[in-house]
Design a protein around this ligand. Structure first.
Ligand SMILES: Cc1cc2nc3c(=O)[nH]c(=O)nc-3n(C[C@H](O)[C@H](O)[C@H](O)COP(=O)(O)OP(=O)(O)OC[C@H]3O[C@@H](n4cnc5c(N)ncnc54)[C@H](O)[C@@H]3O)c2cc1C
Ligand SMILES: NC(=O)c1ccc[n+]([C@@H]2O[C@H](COP(=O)([O-])OP(=O)(O)OC[C@H]3O[C@@H](n4cnc5c(N)ncnc54)[C@H](O)[C@@H]3O)[C@@H](O)[C@H]2O)c1
Length: 448
């Protein structure tokens, strides 16, 4: 006999928590399954520990800058183990607060993985069986592993957060968000970094800003090697070399980080048997309402073919619960302008279309305003690295369709501009606005 609920959620990460909590708030009886820690990737091995590490790296940078502007001090070493423990304590606190909130909301949390045995029933490894008219797949994704000799000598992004000490010399394989962020953070914390990129650095981002970021990373001392296809890793843990298909050897490294993308957790949970459609990468196909092709089964977050970002998973979960439980048949989230920041050094923020995307879509109707400046503090310190701001506009009225920012402060300044872009922003609005001076944000108002 199955116990019956109104809503079953597989996965207690960003997406799963949001759909479960909104569903319960709207009156549904909710069962949520996860064998792992509450909070999923973002809280335990993604955004949260990453951002803490990014802050530490920024502090190390500011410390070096402090010397340049006249502070009498010598660069400090980070007590890596102490910092890791503080970070873990903070994360444990988040998990505790989730547990209390879920309990208060009356959500039944089952600490076990589950799989579907029909369109309305799931079963756990322990044999527990529950049913509901709505089942949400929110099982996320995991780091991709390559089928090459010696792969096990390297680590995955999850492993970086468990290290006892900062590596001395690391090779990071990949060119996406994770590769670039870890390259900058580890370098900031004193590690010598080789970034080995197969194709592009940050594909899909505005090229002008990516080129500027790459050049700043190189100036700081990160070695970036493109067109590098790794075919094997050799050696022992702590002394690893990497071999490319062209026979070139890189290393010796004391650590290797494989940052070659993520694969969805869609296998082995009964989706194939029920005919739930996935793309070639195994990501569950969903429509704008998070419906899969099988009625009663929905998917949200990184397991789907949508953008793999926490706020996207959260927005999808809330909208889905509002529709299924709240009775708002047309509830969906607006994904037309999703802002995102790569926590590099300096951070790179983006919302809307890149220049290339806008030109491909709108041709000659595109106008671009871009500018470079050296931030005030850098000027005082005698540094010359330049921040970049860029607006991509369309039509005679110059509607803003893309905003791209690189430089200190980009991470915090983008949110407000992103809301404006989503609601409808024109170049003249920026011209008419009163700036806050002196800030990085005002540079977007000064473009002409
Ligand atoms: C290093 C790193 C840094 C990141 N930084 C950022 C950032 O700064 N900003 C940002 O927006 N995004 C960031 N992301 C992406 C973000 O973490 C994800 O988009 C987000 O966590 C996706 O949430 P989710 O709920 O879809 O999946 P997850 O958070 O991965 O949760 C899925 C959960 O499902 C569980 N599960 C799996 N199989 C089953 C099963 N059969 N039954 C029950 N449960 C199951 C898993 O244990 C997991 O807890 C980062 C990711 C990484 C790896
Ligand atoms: N700041 C943030 O918001 C943030 C941070 C981290 C991750 N994320 C999210 O998580 C997602 C996953 O990030 P990611 O960096 O793991 O993936 P990604 O898709 O961004 O990048 C994967 C990289 O690996 C490379 N690659 C793939 N196969 C390879 C191979 N066999 N050999 C060498 N290189 C290979 C790709 O060319 C690409 O450069 C991101 O797309 C993003 O949505 C967001």
């Amino acid at each position: 006999m199955s116990e019956r609920f109104d809503l079953i959620v597989l996965g207690a990460g960003s997406g799963g928590l949001s759909v479960a909590q909104r569903g319960a708030k709207l009156g549904a009886r909710v069962a949520m399954f996860d064998a792992d820690a509450l909070g999923g990737t973002c809280v335990n091995r993604g955004c949260v520990p990453k951002k803490a590490m990014w802050y530490a790296a920024q502090m190390a940078d500011m410390h070096r800058l402090a010397i340049d502007i006249g502070f009498e001090t010598t660069p400090m070493q980070l007590d890596w183990a102490r910092f890791r423990d503080l970070r873990n304590r903070y994360i444990a606190g988040i998990r505790e607060r989730y547990a209390i909130r879920l309990d208060t909301a009356g959500i039944r949390v089952i600490t076990d993985a589950a799989r579907l045995i029909s369109a309305d029933t799931v079963v756990t490894a322990q044999g527990m069986q529950v049913s509901a008219p709505h089942i949400v797949i929110a099982t996320g994704a995991r780091p991709r592993r390559l089928d090459i000799p010696g792969f096990e000598l390297g680590m995955l992004s999850d492993d970086v957060f468990t290290l006892d000490a900062c590596p001395r010399h690391i090779a990071i394989v990949g060119g996406g968000y994770v590769a670039v962020e870890f390259a900058c953070m580890l370098h900031g914390l004193g590690c010598s970094v080789d970034l080995l990129v197969r194709e592009h650095v940050l594909a899909g981002f505005d090229r002008e800003l990516v080129d500027a970021l790459v050049s700043q990373m190189q100036t700081r001392g990160i070695r970036i090697v493109r067109d590098t296809w790794i075919k094997a890793a050799h050696g022992n843990p702590g002394a690893i070399t990497l071999e490319t298909i062209g026979g070139i050897e890189h290393g010796v490294y004391d650590a290797v980080l494989w940052a070659v993308g993520r694969v969805p957790n869609s296998g082995g949970i009964g989706l194939e048997r029920l005919g739930v459609a996935c793309d070639q990468e195994g990501r569950v196909r969903v429509d704008a309402f998070q419906n899969t092709n099988v009625p009663g089964i929905y998917a949200i977050g990184d397991v789907t073919d949508r953008r793999a970002l926490t706020p996207v998973a959260v927005a999808a979960g809330r909208a889905l619960a509002t529709r299924l439980v709240g009775g708002h048949a047309d509830a969906k989230f607006d994904d037309s302008a999703i802002p995102s920041v790569v926590f590099a050094d300096p951070p790179l923020g983006t919302v809307g279309l890149t220049e290339d995307q806008a030109r491909a879509r709108h041709g000659d109707a595109v106008s671009v305003y871009s500018g470079r400046y050296t931030p005030l503090l850098m000027m005082v310190a005698g540094h010359s690295e330049q921040s970049v701001v860029k607006l991509v506009c369309v039509g005679d009225e110059r509607k803003v369709v893309g905003i791209h920012v690189l430089g200190p402060g980009s991470d915090e300044l983008l949110q407000g501009f992103a809301i404006a872009l989503q609601k409808g922003l024109y170049w003249r609005d920026l011209k008419e606005a009163i700036a806050i001076h002196p800030t990085a944000a005002e540079e977007l108002l000064l473009l002409h």
